[in-house]
Design a protein. Structure first.
Ligand code: HAM
Length: 431
């Protein structure tokens, strides 16, 4: 029986054309972060299970994780996300100058049902600020997110950054009649709202509210609110400091003018560690219905590693989900999609010219020019076709005559013109 040519379901493999697009996406993310003063870091792919069990949430760790015992009998996990590792890394630094502004693009693993925008092995761009309790930190990460979308030339009409606050929602749910014991379940029910049919979700929420239909109706009213100035909401939240914080953050957003940011009490985020402002970036069109990005403030993660209380705020952005979004709106430039792997192709006219061709290729490469040398040994015509298939614009032919005279012919494949010259002249021309 022959082996399957398919990877495991949901695992990531990239052919060069796909890889080129992914690189364009990750490099643009990196550039936008560096432009805002963020520094890159990395962490281990395999982590102790306990690191995630503590705070990431039962769904992520209990149902979606790749965990196993290593050969030393330790319970380990392939990281499903980066934030707990980041918190540990920050907690371990003695004299770290706070706040830190760090970014990373780790490979993460979640045993989810593979579907559009969701796979089991994925790159997740992370950007976080740790050590600032100021709402300016939330504003800054959302500004960087907006800068990222701008750098991909995505107009603000095609995406939406829905935001709310966990602190505000905890208070609001209590005022709606949700008891402390039921709050966690109601949060996860709210988080599932966009992933379920309306009727099924209403039943699910009713269950989460302990079967109390009056409370469930209040919760539905709450998550349906569209404006902070909604009279019902203002009445419900009268005297609430958590509501005040939300109003203040809204003013900051308005002050900067971030048209895609919309107050959305239905955004609560599925991970347990969030404590303050939370947000998610969604496509406003119908094709990409899962979040592209999610994040928020987490006050208590770093504190798990000792008594240092360092608050963090940041987001994770799926490289695959973002790429699908960019594809949907035709925002991947043709120059990336069709980029040639080399600037010039060295065609070898006969095998006795191979060493000379190799020498020529190496010399031109030394000048920083990308050179692909023929390794097929096929006829010259076929070598020219190969160069053209790759989209390489120039071909330099090397045969015994060229070796003897030191003069080479370089053909421009787009107009057929031929330039003849020495190695130095050819290189100068290519430059
Ligand atoms: P998250 O919402 O679980 O947050 O993931 C953030 C983003 O990662 C999602 O919006 C999605 O684009 C991408 N993503 C998640 N799961 C998958 C998957 N199975 N396949 C492809 N892409 C996926 C977090 O992970 C937080 N740790 C983010 C964060 C950083 N919060 C603060 N700092």
């Amino acid at each position: 029986m022959s082996l399957s040519t398919k990877p495991l379901s949901g695992m990531r493999q990239r052919l060069p054309g796909e890889f080129r697009i992914e690189k364009f996406v990750t490099e643009t993310l990196c550039l936008s972060s560096v432009r805002a003063g963020f520094e890159e870091y990395d962490g281990p792919v395999i982590e102790p299970l306990g690191l995630f069990a503590a705070k990431s949430g039962s769904e992520l760790v209990g149902r979606q994780s790749y965990c196993f015992k290593d050969r030393g009998g330790r319970e380990v996990i392939l990281r499903p996300e980066m934030t707990p590792s980041l918190a540990r890394m920050v907690a371990a630094q003695g004299e770290l100058q706070l706040p830190v502004r760090w970014f990373s693009t780790p490979l993460c693993y979640r045993y989810e049902r593979p579907q559009r925008g969701r796979v089991r092995e994925f790159l997740q761009f992370n950007l976080d600020i740790l050590g600032s309790e100021n709402l300016a930190a939330e504003l800054e990460v959302i500004l960087v997110l907006q800068g990222i979308m701008k750098s991909f030339k995505a107009p603000s009409s095609i995406y939406r950054i829905g935001w709310s606050s966990r602190r505000f929602m905890s208070d609001a749910l209590a005022r709606c009649g949700v008891t402390k014991e039921l709050t966690g379940g109601v949060f996860s029910a709210i988080d599932k709202r966009d992933k379920m049919k309306a009727d099924a979700w209403a039943d699910f929420l009713l269950g989460a509210c302990g079967g109390n239909s009056v409370v469930a109706r209040q919760v539905i009213s709450l998550v349906s609110v569209e404006f902070l100035s909604d009279p019902w909401l203002m009445d419900l939240m009268s005297g609430s400091s958590a509501f005040q914080e939300v109003v203040e953050f809204n003013e900051l957003l308005q002050g900067v003018g971030i048209p895609s940011a919309v107050f959305s009490p239905g955004v609560v985020r599925g991970l347990d560690y969030y404590t303050g402002i939370v947000f998610e970036l969604m496509d406003t069109g119908g094709e990409n219905n899962r979040s592209l990005c999610g994040g928020g403030r987490y006050d208590n993660l770093v504190g798990l590693f000792g008594n240092k209380k360092i608050s963090g705020v940041g987001f994770g952005l799926g490289v695959l989900t973002l790429t699908l979004f960019l594809e949907t709106y035709k925002l991947i430039p043709d120059s990336v999609r069709e980029a040639a792997p080399a600037d010039v192709y060295i065609a070898v006219a006969s095998s006795d010219a191979t060493a000379a061709a190799g020498l020529l290729a190496a010399s031109i490469r030394d000048e920083g020019i990308r050179v692909m040398m023929d390794v097929s040994g096929k006829k010259l015509g076929k070598q020219f076709s190969e160069a053209s298939r790759y989209g390489i614009p120039f071909v330099v032919t090397v045969g015994p005559d060229e070796v003897e005279t030191g003069e080479y012919k370089m053909k421009n494949l787009s107009d057929g013109k031929i330039f003849t010259g020495s190695l130095a002249e050819i290189t100068g021309r290519l430059k």
